[in-house]
Design a protein around this ligand. Sequence first.
Ligand SMILES: [Cu+2]
Length: 643
Amino acid sequence: MKDVDKKNEGEELGVMARRRFMNSAALAGLSIGAIACTDKAATGAAGPAASSAAVAHGGGGGAVHLKPGELDTYYGLWSGGHTGDMRVLGLPSGREITRIPCFVPDALVGWGITNESKKVMGTKADGSLKYTVADTHHTHASYKDGNYDGRYAWINDKINSRIARIRLDYFVCDKITELPNVQGFHGIFPDKADPVDPKINYTTRVFCGAEFSIPLPNTVGTEDGTKYHSLFTCVDAESMEVRWQVLIDGNCDLTATSYDGKLAATNQYNTEMGVHYEDMMSAERDACLFFNIARIEEAVKAGKFKTYGDSKVPVVDGTRESNKDAKTALTAYVSVPKNPHGVNASPDAKYFICAGKLSPTGTVIELAKVLEYFEGKLESPDKAIVAEVELGLGPLHTAFDGRGNAYTTLFLDSQVVKWNVEAAIKFHAGDKSAKYVVDRLDVQYQPGHLNASQSETRAADGKILAVGCKFSKDRFLPVGPLHPENEQLIDISGEKMVLLADHPVRGEPHDFIIFKRDLLKPKQVYALDDFPLAIKDPKETGVFRNGKKVTVKITSQAPAFSLREFKLKKGDEVTLILTNLDKIEDLTHGFAIPKYNVNFIVNPLETASVSFIADKPGVFWCYCTHFCHALHLEMRTRMIVEA
Ligand SMILES: [Cu+2]
């Protein structure tokens, strides 16, 4: 780690002198409680006074408290965490508007109950769901011209290494792909352009980083972790098929992409390939690993790949040993300190920033120089580092305001630090008078992810910053042993950051994006033709028998189902299809079958189906579970199963 101690003598001497490089012993010995909230050198104010000040000077997105009936300025797409879904928030209010089920069953919409959702989620041979747990961390959306285009969002499941796509016209998950050859799929980022074809100025690929290294193929275990591998994966944004993978040294964590489509990168916190934590943090520097997308795709085209196990996915070799010649290299390992967490692309398209986590530093890597390295014009990829400056303890993630400033969470300091990137570059170049730290603000407490409005686009607007604090401690009424997390909203429209609001959230969300509401044009009524099973006329409904196989076709129109009753025989293999013929937005109906574990909804002009064995004789009142009409309670039909 070069020059860190020397730099302590420069910027913010008094503050920095008390900060020391984290070493293994210190980290291992400290609990979260003991390291919380030390060293409050902050200049930032908090509390009610700060909040009203923000509102008075215009606030980032205006006042947090919207008047009844007022709409938010921004959408926020948040990962849900263990709930395996995507949260949709309005900002600046912080109100949660909906949740989009992806990886885990959801009782409201019948996700994991209907045949259509089970097909997306994936089933075992017996028709049951392949997985019912998930851990979503990262969510990003498709781009065009450097801004979100409102087509898709993606979200990861770290537990089972799946990526889900959400259609942003209907806010539904329509595809899930399980990545081969990897475990611990964590970081995710769509590309923003094609590396070769300038006409393709929109997302066609999604890159996925795998955090855990495993034997390849992972059929015979070995305890020797040095023989394990991790891969970087490219998924086709449209088909959701895996296009290719890159075998790498070390692991992947988060992912970033350049605006020209030429580069993607992942930060690596375990270049040691350790299998125990002390081994994972033994080296002073790890890496930010860059991928030359055009060269990788040329290598795949030229057949220079392997496959592993049952997977047919082409895997190219991105290891250090095979990529020593810069002019042909597929990858470049830029050395950064120490167990870095987070790599983020600046909205001016010039830099990737890695936060040091166990080093108090942020590393600024200039993308033009990385491209120079790949052309053989730089002797080492490390020469692409244009700044490595102290920010505070436990730097994790970085957001941007579009005015040249970066905002980095400091997990151990419980702060957000605002710093100027160009000033940091000057400071790094030797101008010790360059004051790169602009402001610090205490947050409550231990912040992980943060993001600013439009931060990861060319249209970063520097209005509001949301911070996901992993611990809320004393900020909310106690609710037993587990506290909620604290999502805080900060006004970044002025020189000083101003804390605006706290929001409790059930654990444990991670990354999120915030963008202007006019980038999305959600549709509010489906088209019948969107669904192959749609029943277009109530006259087509009834019970259709083919031996034991029975199809029940029903339509709904408030306040009635088209069939007043339907008869089955015990043992029938039933598929029940329901089309909602109501055409008005929000006129959604539900369909529950008592004792058969069935409940789902159909939105206006939507069709859904369920399959089950009619194994219990009797009368079962199928009723509408979604409030629809003054006669909602009366909206029922009888399923009569004859013994
Ligand atoms: Cu109803």
